[in-house]
Design a protein. Structure first.
Length: 714
């Protein structure tokens, strides 16, 4: 009996081996017409081959047979009706293809109506990868973590290790720790072990691995010696026979010219024939040093750098000689330079029909506390070209200034148009309607202006559309309030003025909430980083938690220039937020004695510090309202701090205003220190200090102080 069982087992094993040697058989069932062609194209990790198997669909079924595979092969199972279209003379728009990613193994497999290959554990694992988005979209590391013993994980790992400087030290270590060898795919396991060995020496952040080279004069040299220091460097590995390499060179040259102060290029040819290399350089004389690999250098390039799929191959190196990344395309290099905040050029070409040649186009940055002129030019026959440099996507205003020949107002602006300017090329086209009104805002530019080029500008246009209605409402109430304010002698207490002021504040609050909502919904947009950076100048308007949350939300934003600006200024800003301790200073009292602010603060009382001057109309106009506040809130005391340049003017104004509270006059160093501490850029500047010595409000508007007291005084 035991002998019979042994014989049967042996026969079954032999049958299984024979089936494996015979290769694979795929039985398919699909909802496609008879006559459709079916075929499989497979490839290894480094090469492609076709005609693995082919056949036709008959009665919704097909069978494909193929030779024995030494290793599971990733590929595509395709169907098409090309032969039917040609045979029946159907129109070309009736051509139909299907593409289905598979991993092919030996044995019997099934292709199901939902266009999935099934029958082996390898294919099931690959189907799991497809469910995660496929190898182009899925997180390879997440898949490998879930399938550490899978052949598919080995396949993905080999793809990740296919080129040097593609992974970080941590990622290489994670792969080595996670991948488990099972012997299911000896070919890939051997390749993985080889690539892992080299990958440890070619990770992001490590130095350039040396190669033996020859320079243009035939002198021997080493790659580590010819890579310049002190600049960002692109190492361009190319060959005379590589069309993609030659096609990309003009674009690389353009980037090299645009960033020449901080960036340069060196070329390394992998040609095996010196004559071919030199002939290619004659046809493509790019302005950077060129070298060619020696026989040993060529071999080391493939062994050490893992350049399994050839050239073009780029390495982006920092000024210290460390490899930052291995970009796939020159545009990736431009993007990296932008993200590093390296100043790069922008070229903004425009077309505005009807503009006279005397019209001047001016581009100003709208970021920070000061406007910076980015570019200026004149219109010629309705066209213009602005050129300049910016470190990163920058919010700017473009003005069209037309001469008036008026002595006091020599120019008038046709339009103030906001846009996001980025390094690179942009275009501006406007309709004749640009000339119809004297001024219109960015929020009204839709239909009149078209701006193309630059991802940041497209994101900005999305922002404008999302906030348009809130902005127009705020603009409307602001105009109404301003007109009423001046019509009633700049008297905020007038019922009509006060009502419009409240409407204006409510509309602004809605707009601010809309902007904040957009930023939170799009933390990766350049405009979100720019808008957030602007908030760094809203001194004493937010607390420290607000800024911490803002940075945490944006820290992965690709616009690193603005994000780094926020991070860099956080310590400074946190000294000027709501809730911080007040800053003491010393001033001169009317009796000529020096007095510290701290000596005037009384226990249990709020203190309103009113920075003013005799020549400041709004300051003096607010004094009666402050008097009413002291009468309404017994817990409030006031200290007026004059910024007058001349002492007599201060004393005269004090007598005229009859202010029944403490008075100080600041000059010299004390004035500069107080202005810095409380960010006094304009006056009036009202600072409300709590009984605990914390700053709880800073504003020019007495109503803000009133609202704060209303909420905090019990």
């Amino acid at each position: 009996m035991k002998k019979l069982v042994y014989i049967i087992t042996l026969l079954l094993s032999t049958h299984a081996l024979q089936a494996q040697e015979k290769g694979f058989v795929i039985n398919g069932k699909v909802n496609l017409p008879d006559g459709y062609s079916v075929g499989i194209v497979c490839h290894t990790d480094t090469s492609t081959f076709s005609d693995v198997a082919s056949g036709y669909i008959k009665k919704g079924k097909f069978t494909l047979r193929g030779k024995h595979l030494d290793s599971p092969a990733q590929g595509t199972l395709m169907t098409n009706n090309l032969e039917l279209v040609e045979k029946n003379h159907w129109p070309t728009d009736s051509i139909h293809w299907t593409y289905n990613e598979i991993i092919l193994t030996n044995g019997k497999l099934t292709f199901t109506p939902d266009f999935r290959l099934k029958g082996t554990q390898v294919q099931q694992d690959y189907n799991d990868l497809l469910d995660m988005g496929g190898e182009m979209k899925a997180d390879a590391f997440a898949f490998i973590d879930k399938h550490p013993q899978s052949v598919v994980s080995l396949y993905l790992a080999n793809k990740l290790l296919q080129r040097g400087y593609n992974l970080t030290n941590e990622q290489v270590a994670h792969l080595e720790k996670t991948i488990q060898m099972t012997g299911a795919d000896p070919t890939r396991e051997k390749e993985y072990a080889k690539r892992m060995k080299s990958a440890k020496y070619t990770t992001k952040g490590s130095g350039v691995t040396d190669l033996d080279l020859l320079d243009i004069n035939g002198n021997a040299c080493h790659l580590v010696d010819v890579v310049p220091k002190g600049k960002y460097v692109l190492i361009d590995f190319w060959a005379s026979w590589c069309g993609m390499c030659l096609h990309a060179m003009p674009e690389v040259a353009e980037i090299a010219e645009d960033y020449k102060d901080n960036f340069c290029v060196i070329g390394i040819s992998i040609d095996t024939k010196d004559a071919a290399w030199r002939k290619a350089m004659e046809k493509h004389p790019e302005p950077w040093p060129q070298y060619i690999t020696t026989k040993q250098g060529y071999q080391d390039l493939f062994d050490k750098y893992q350049v399994g799929n050839g050239v073009p191959y780029y390495l982006f190196v920092d000024p210290q000689g460390k490899v930052i990344d291995s970009p796939s395309h020159p545009q990736d290099v431009r993007m990296m330079l932008e993200q590093l905040g390296i100043p790069g050029p922008f070229i903004l070409s425009g077309n505005v029909p009807g503009l006279g040649n005397e019209t001047e186009v001016v581009l100003h940055s709208q970021e920070g506390e000061k406007q910076e002129e980015l570019a200026r030019t004149k219109v010629e026959d309705g066209s213009f070209m602005l050129k300049g440099k910016v470190k990163s996507p920058t919010m700017a205003t473009m003005q069209f200034l037309v001469p008036t020949h008026h002595e006091l107002f020599p120019t008038r602006s046709l339009a103030d148009i906001r846009l996001m300017v980025s390094p690179g090329r942009m275009s501006f086209d406007a309709s004749q309607e640009l000339l119809a009104d004297s001024v219109f805002t960015s929020y009204e530019k839709e239909g009149r202006v078209t701006i193309n080029g630059g991802k940041a500008e497209q994101e900005y246009q999305e922002f404008l559309k999302a906030t348009l209605q809130a902005q127009l409402a705020a603009d409307k109430t602001a105009r109404q309030y301003a007109m009423s304010y001046f019509e009633h002698g700049m008297d905020d207490s007038h019922p009509d003025v006060n009502a419009l002021k409240q409407q204006d504040e409510a509309a602004k609050a809605v707009y601010d909430q809309t902007v904040d909502g957009f930023v939170k919904a799009h933390p990766d947009y350049a405009v979100s980083a720019a808008l957030s950076a602007q908030k760094m100048y809203e001194y004493f308007q937010h607390d420290a938690v607000f800024y911490d949350n803002m940075y945490a939300m944006l820290k992965n934003n690709p616009d690193t220039a603005h994000v780094n600006f926020i991070k860099r200024n956080l310590p400074f800003i946190k000294q000027r937020v709501l809730g911080v301790d007040y800053t003491d200073f010393t001033g001169k009292q009317p009796n000529n004695k020096a007095c510290k602010l701290s000596s005037l603060l009384k226990t249990g009382k709020f203190t309103l510090v009113d920075f003013w001057a005799s020549w400041c109309g709004p300051c003096r106009k607010a004094i009666p309202r402050v008097k009413k506040m002291t009468q309404q809130y017994k817990q409030l005391q006031v200290v007026s701090v004059s910024l007058d340049e001349k002492e007599p003017a201060w004393r005269k104004a004090m007598k005229e205003e009859k202010m029944p509270w403490a008075q100080l006059w600041l000059t010299g160093t004390e004035l500069r220190d107080a202005a810095q501490a409380y960010m006094i850029q304009t006056i009036p500047r009202l600072v409300l200090i709590s009984p605990q010595g914390k700053i709880v409000a800073v504003t020019h508007d007495p109503s803000i102080i009133e609202n704060t007291l209303m909420n905090q005084v019990k």
